[in-house]
Design a protein around this ligand. Sequence first.
Ligand SMILES: Nc1nc2c(c(=O)[nH]1)N[C@H]1C(S)=C(S)[C@@H](COP(=O)(O)O)O[C@H]1N2
Ligand SMILES: [Mo]
Length: 314
Amino acid sequence: MNSSSKIRSWEITSESNYLNRRQFLQAAGLAAGAGAAAALPGRALAAVRELDTVPGPYSTDEAPNSWEDITTYNNFYEFGTGKEDPYRNAQDFQPRPWSVKVSGECEKPGNYDYEDIVGPYTLEDRVYRHRCVEAWSMVVPWVGFPLGDLLKRFEPNSDAKYVRFKTLYDPQRMPGQRRAVLRWPYVEGLTIAEAMHPLTLMAVGVYGKELPNQNGAPLRLVIPWKYGFKGIKSIVEIEFARRQPDTSWEMAAPHEYGFYANVNPEVDHPRWSQARERRIGAGLFAEKQATLMFNGYAEQVASLYSGLDLRKNY
Ligand SMILES: Nc1nc2c(c(=O)[nH]1)N[C@H]1C(S)=C(S)[C@@H](COP(=O)(O)O)O[C@H]1N2
Ligand SMILES: [Mo]
């Protein structure tokens, strides 16, 4: 990358960006200090490297969650099913060397190293709402690049209607895979239009730092208008497919989790309402807030679903 053309995060002059940036740096600094990690048992957070980023488009101006919230309250069943398990159990995971196998309906299949995948891009900071199906939410300052820019390099052909993603399967390194809580490896999929949409990120970091292991190191998806489970972590395979891929949560509970999983306050999960959400970190007595259609990104993505019945295609 040409470093002279890049803006260091703290050189941004616009006041709101600057203030945002100050909050980010303060939160990151706190997390690095002795006090923050003490709130939870387990090891100190693994050292994560500083990334060089530029501000990306589409950020929300809501206050981001703290580094501690984002890195200690996770769903990553490969490291246990409790919210704090990934933080506790993923510290020794080594996300390098890493490669991604690309296959299916494209002209440039092959095995690509992490460095080949990430190398050509200027990394963007994008603050997105992050919404889990269990009616909790966070605001996360992700670092990444548009997934579509990456996919185009593999030259998908006109039969590529869907993209299939797979997480690493390695029970030695991912102890949660020794139990059959899901069918391993974790798999997810998007339509090609969803995958190419400029909001969809291949994330490599949070808060200007490399992704902590528990957040899906070294590469994970962020699709901000969908429920959290679509954001597959620690990706090792990308396949351009003709048919709609199976997805882990659909296979596990087809009547509860659909392929589309667009955030939709009008479609209840069979076991709970999805009309309101609890912002993690807001405190025990904070009011829940109304959940927005497409998680607030309707203007950008609603057109992808014109003609689809979103009650049936949930
Ligand atoms: N490989 C893998 N990816 C995964 C999961 C998982 O268990 N394994 N959990 C999903 C779910 S249910 C959510 S809510 C998000 C959580 O992402 P976060 O921990 O970064 O907030 O990751 C998703 N990606
Ligand atoms: Mo989730």
